[in-house]
Ligand binder design. Structure first.
Ligand SMILES: [Zn+2]
Length: 379
């Protein structure tokens, strides 16, 4: 019985690196499903209720899960769970892993059921609550997700999902309910960029310039310096802030928006802008057709960071209009300028993921508020 021998071998080396066994287990997954079932049953009988043995058995299940073999992984957990006289803590652990198997396999109802059974035995644990929060968020049950994150005492995440509730409430026309939800989100986490963004977008949409100025100032004071650009980028984007499709800065804005952009520039200037905010100040001035002032802001950007490629590109664009270029030269130039404009502007500081629209949780490594502006091309 090959799996059993694997188990016996590993039993004595549980504290060692498990990596060498990975390939042999992967090879075993190629055997027939019936063989594996028999092997798992055999192995299950041999597993004594000692922490070490159970640990190895569960690790085997995790290996199956990591290979996408959800059914086999779940079978391992179930063969443990049904054993009479199993220690409650072990049963809870097996149920937790079973929940993770189902979650990975996309069987969300069964995952939730397994996690809830584990919770009945062990009580609430951060690991289970985190899994339940992720499932709720993935199923767009934002209120539930906020609830779990509040239990986890993670205010950044809680306020994020409250903001997502508010976005839905706005779309249903429940303006006052949405604003109350956003107030709550900011009470829980005062620097919630996404909540500020929704409040400001609303004021801009309603044309409330004075209120907008006051709230924009407050937002700049509340949001950490390195994330302030997210606020401006979000306000300039055309579609929803939580979506996945790339957004471009709206150039079809009517003159009505100029006063909002001017207010933003004034408040950015008063708030001691860093290099990214200098760039966004220039962007706003360009939208108001104030090219000369925009050039000055871009030059300031380059004084702060001479490798800030986008500032150079914009300055180049502004200068180009004053040059007499042959059609051929202009054609070649446009080609490169277009390529440069398609470079993704944002990157995750944790894993290096790149994207051309803002994100609050990294789609790749799940880090929160890890977005940075790609000031330099090699970032
Ligand atoms: Zn990341």
């Amino acid at each position: 019985m090959s799996l059993l021998s694997l188990f016996r071998k590993k039993k004595t080396t549980a504290s060692e690196n498990r990596a060498p066994s990975h390939s042999s287990v992967a090879a075993k997954t190629k055997t027939g499903l019936a063989d594996t079932r028999a092997a798992i049953d055999e192995l299950s009988k041999a597993v004594k209720d000692t922490p070490e043995a159970v640990e190895i058995y569960l690790a085997l299940g995790n290996l199956y899960r990591s290979q996408g073999e959800i059914e086999r992984a779940a079978q391992i957990r179930n063969s443990l769970i049904v054993r009479p006289g199993l220690a409650p803590a072990t049963k809870a652990r097996a149920l937790y892993e079973l929940g993770r198997d189902f979650s990975r396999g996309g069987f969300l109802d069964r995952a939730v059921s397994a996690f809830e059974k584990a919770q009945e035995i062990e009580g609430e644990s951060p690991e289970i609550l985190t899994e339940l929060a992720i499932i709720a968020a993935g199923s767009r049950e934002f209120e539930k997700a906020a609830f779990y994150y509040s239990k986890l005492n993670q205010p950044l995440q809680e306020s994020h999902y409250l903001a997502r509730c508010a976005e839905a409430e706005f779309s249903y026309g429940d303006e006052n309910i949405a604003l109350d939800t956003l107030k709550k989100a900011l009470r829980i986490y005062p620097s919630s960029t996404e909540s500020w963004l929704l409040i400001l977008a609303r004021l801009k949409k309603n044309g409330s310039l004075d209120k907008f100025r006051k709230k924009f100032r407050e937002a700049l004071q509340s949001i950490p310096r390195h994330l302030r650009f997210v606020l401006v980028e979000g306000l300039l984007s055309e579609s929803t802030i939580f979506g996945d499709t790339p957004t471009s800065i709206s150039t079809a804005d009517t003159v009505k928006n100029y006063s909002f952009y001017e207010v933003m520039v004034q408040e950015i200037e008063a708030a001691d802008p860093d290099v990214s905010m200098h760039y966004y100040g220039a962007k706003l001035l360009q939208l108001c057709k104030k090219d000369e002032e925009a050039s000055l802001w871009l030059e300031k950007t380059l004084i702060l960071n001479q490798n800030f490629w986008l500032a150079r590109l914009e300055l180049f664009n502004l200068a180009q209009e004053q040059q007499q270029l042959t059609p051929s030269f202009k054609n070649q130039l446009d080609f490169f300028v277009n390529i440069a404009h398609n470079i993704k502007r944002f990157t995750c500081s944790s894993c290096g993921f790149k994207r051309d629209r803002i994100f609050f949780v990294c789609p790749r490594c799940r880090s929160w508020h890890s977005i940075t502006f790609r000031k330099e091309l090699n970032q």
